[in-house]
Design a binder for this molecule. Structure first.
Ligand SMILES: NC(=O)c1ccc[n+]([C@@H]2O[C@H](COP(=O)([O-])OP(=O)(O)OC[C@H]3O[C@@H](n4cnc5c(N)ncnc54)[C@H](O)[C@@H]3O)[C@@H](O)[C@H]2O)c1
Length: 325
């Protein structure tokens, strides 16, 4: 297949692209390489992909219709679009909500419209467990999600509903994945695992929102990428959780890091942030039933891989964190 992956220099997009290339597909990658976090990480991930001859990369912004339309016009035989490009931080979305709407809603709309025009019949959207907010756990896909706690979650709700309209009106086959806290090597330096590994390894203060009793259904990046690719088959319109179904507390994550890094973390507590959700837990019955998907990587093994990656790249990876983000 020939598949267009947006956000291909991103944490999840690069892994999805890598697995697709390994399966023998052609991948057209798009990414605007923005500065939401240190671009060296995006460049590092891109470099791993550029050794594959079936990978083509275009540094484009999905919210700029005038730039992506000519690309779609020039592209023959695209089978599917996997839209992983997004502004993704929950807390950062309070600082500049506009950019979240531009990329996550307008960008998604641009891609849907181009799929309609070019008769590309499969669309995959990355959405988020953040949509469930404070609902009862485990989170099932049919829970009401009309009270998002942050502009980030609201923008993803907007993208999901646009996808439904395009499915309804033009019979576009859409799979929406709600990912649960994705972690792994070469992760995002604005997410807790990367920051906590680095701060502990470098003996710096570890900034912790809340008391660490918050729970997350951490899901390993390769499991997420595998599930996303399974979603390429025709499904109509489906919203599917991808989570590990095994939530762990942030305290436990810190304990694991301390053991692996062999240093004590210097905790600096901050108040719990109102845009954060206290706990997440995915009901993955639907992913199992529709995709035959099962998470495979144990949390302890996945954290170890992230710690190992950090130490292999420490000379530059340590300086990718912005303390106030
Ligand atoms: N990481 C998680 O825990 C998580 C959880 C739930 C959902 N998601 C979703 O999964 C997707 C991938 O997330 P990620 O963690 O890999 O984030 P990421 O920031 O590492 O990847 C997103 C990529 O998209 C690119 N991008 C952003 N805006 C763009 C634009 N306008 N045009 C082109 N490229 C643009 C960025 O440069 C980046 O490389 C996102 O849609 C995110 O909302 C992630």
């Amino acid at each position: 297949m020939k598949i267009l992956v947006t956000g291909s220099a991103g944490f999840i997009g690069s892994k999805v692209s890598e697995l697709l290339l390994k399966e023998g597909h052609t991948v057209i990658g798009i990414d605007n390489l923005n500065h939401a976090y240190d671009v060296r990480l995006k460049e590092w991930r891109l470099k791993q992909l550029q050794s594959h001859h079936s990978f083509q990369f275009y540094p484009l912004d999905i919210s700029d219709r005038s730039k992506i339309e000519p690309l779609f016009e020039s592209m023959q035989g695209l089978d599917a679009v996997i839209n992983l490009a997004a502004r993704a931080g929950v807390r950062q979305s309070l600082e500049n909500p506009w950019v979240y709407v531009e990329t996550n809603i307008t960008g998604t709309l641009n891609l849907l419209e181009l799929c309609r025009k070019k008769k590309i019949n499969k669309f995959i959207l990355a959405s988020t467990s953040s949509l469930y907010g404070n609902k009862e756990r485990p989170f099932k896909e049919d829970l009401k999600t009309d009270q998002p706690l942050s502009p980030y979650a609201a923008s993803k709700k907007g993208a999901e509903t646009l996808c439904y309209s395009y499915h309804h009106l033009y019979h576009l086959d859409v799979t929406v994945f709600r990912y649960f806290t994705v972690y792994g090597p070469a992760g995002r330096p604005d997410m807790s695992l990367y920051r906590f590994i680095s701060w502990t390894a470098e003996g710096e203060e570890l900034l912790l929102y809340g008391d660490g009793s918050q729970e997350r259904d951490f899901t390993f990046v390769e499991d997420i990428a595998r599930g996303t690719i399974l979603g390429l088959k025709p499904l109509g319109y489906e919203i599917i959780n991808l989570g590990s179904d095994k939530p762990y507390s942030i305290q436990y994550m810190i304990q694991l890091i301390e053991e692996m890094v062999k240093k004590k973390a210097k905790l600096q507590n901050k108040p719990f942030h109102p845009a954060d959700v206290p706990a997440t837990w995915a009901d993955i019955t639907k992913a199992r039933r529709l995709l035959g998907w099962e998470p495979q990587v144990r949390f302890e093994d996945g954290v170890k891989q992230a710690v190992d990656w950090y130490f292999e790249n420490r000379d530059w990876a340590a300086s990718c964190i912005e303390k106030d983000k």
